[in-house]
Each structure stands twice: as C-alpha cells, then as structure tokens.
Design a protein around this ligand. Sequence first.
Ligand code: 15L
Length: 259
Amino acid sequence: MKTVLLTGAAGDVGSHLRRELAGRYRLRLSDRKAVTNLGANEEFVQADIAVMEQVGRLMRGVDAIVHLGGFSVEGPWEAIHEANIVGCYNVFEAARANGVKRILFATSNHAVGFYRRDETIDHRVYPRPDSRYGVSKVFGEALGSLYADKYGMEVFNMRIGNVNPRPIDKRRLSIWISPRDLAQLVTIGIEHPDIRFEVVYGVSGNRRSWYDNSNAARLGYKPQDDSEGYAAEVLAAEKPGADPRTEAYQGGTFVVIEK
Ligand code: 15L
C-alpha cells in the first residue's frame, strides 16, 4: 500500500478525501490544526508548512504528496505569502530533498478566474488570476513546472473548482466537483505511470462547465457526477450579484473582492 502525505488535512477538502480514499492508501495527515478521529491506516503529524524543518519531517517513506495546505480564499497578502508562497516552496523543496517525486498540487479555478464565462478554456491557456490568492496558485503551478523540468519531479496540478456534496450556487454549477470525482482524479494523479507536468481541471462532468477538460480525460478521468440534476433548485434560490463583473467572469466575487 502506498503512503500518501496529505497537507491541509484538517480542512474540508482533506476531510472529503480522507473518507473517499480510506482503505486505498496509508495516509499521513498533516496540518497546523490537530486532526482527530484517526482511522485505520491514518497517522497525524502536526506541521506548519511555512517552517521548512517541520515540512522536512513529513517526508519519510512518502510515495506521493497531495498538497492541499495553505490559505484557501482571498485574504491579506501576508497570510497568502506565508502559506501559499513560502509554504508551497517548502513542500516542493522538502519533497525534492527527500526524494519524493510525485506531487499533486491543489491549484484553483481562481488561477484562471479572469477568463469570461462565455469562453471555454483548456489546460494550455495562459493564467489569468482573479485575486492575490489566484496569483499564489499560479506561483505553485510555476514552481511545479520548474521542479518537473529541472529535477524530474512528477507534478499533477488540479485546478479545483468547488468541492461539495452538492453545488451551492449558479457559478458552482459550472465548477462543482463531487468528493467521489475528486477522489478519482487524485487517484489518477497518484497512480498514473506517465506524469511529468500536467494541468487538469478538478470539476465533475458538468454540462455547464467552462472547461475543456480533455487533458484529464486523456489520463483516464471519467467523472460520475454532473451538477445539472441540481440546476433547477440552485437557480431558483439564486440572488442577483451586486456587481455585473461577478457574473461576467469565471472567478465570480473573487474578481472584485478586496480583503
Ligand atoms: C477555491 O479555490 C477555494 O479554495 C474554495 O474555498 C472556494 O472558494 C472555491 O475556490 C470556489 O471558487 O468556489
């Protein structure tokens, strides 16, 4: 059984993945916050990814890293810098130094949030971040590119939409990913024999998707879910946004938010 390090394991996405991946991998869970209720094949190692020595201690015996840790929305630059720039660097560098080749990086739809909703974008588009948070995700993707090209690491970038048991609003009908589809994508990222540097969209098979996710399909991704079944209910509850830009761009409120 492979040992997989999950950073940011105390968060929502981490909790969904723990449940979905249970029994498939030995999971080393890490976070600044304690993770309780450990299952069989789970261990917890507390670490702050902004501190290199603490990150180094996570790497022993690890076959793949699923790097979810960091600041997960728009916020003050200092917090984003510490968690998503310094922290992300520390994870890639500690992996390289300890011979861990494979990293699955949880990047975000906000790395490309300034594309318009009437465009369909694929994995080759130039990044258009919609926030400082989005910029930090572009940084992580660029770091992955460097570590793949320079050090032969195997980097699987998942531009994740919104992970939830069900889509929560109109924008999320286009970017929703169910926990089981995310688990399928993560499993491909861990197991596929031929990963060098890949960008895929972490979304279910939504009819309303803004993405051409053919790179994920090429690697074997066959999403089981589609947000369309929830569309009528979600749209009936939708309130109009205050700023028309939030409707025009894929990133929604992130394109205007100033925190
Ligand atoms: C993200 O990248 C965030 O991590 C998550 O909290 C959501 O805000 C999501 O994007 C989204 O766009 O819904």
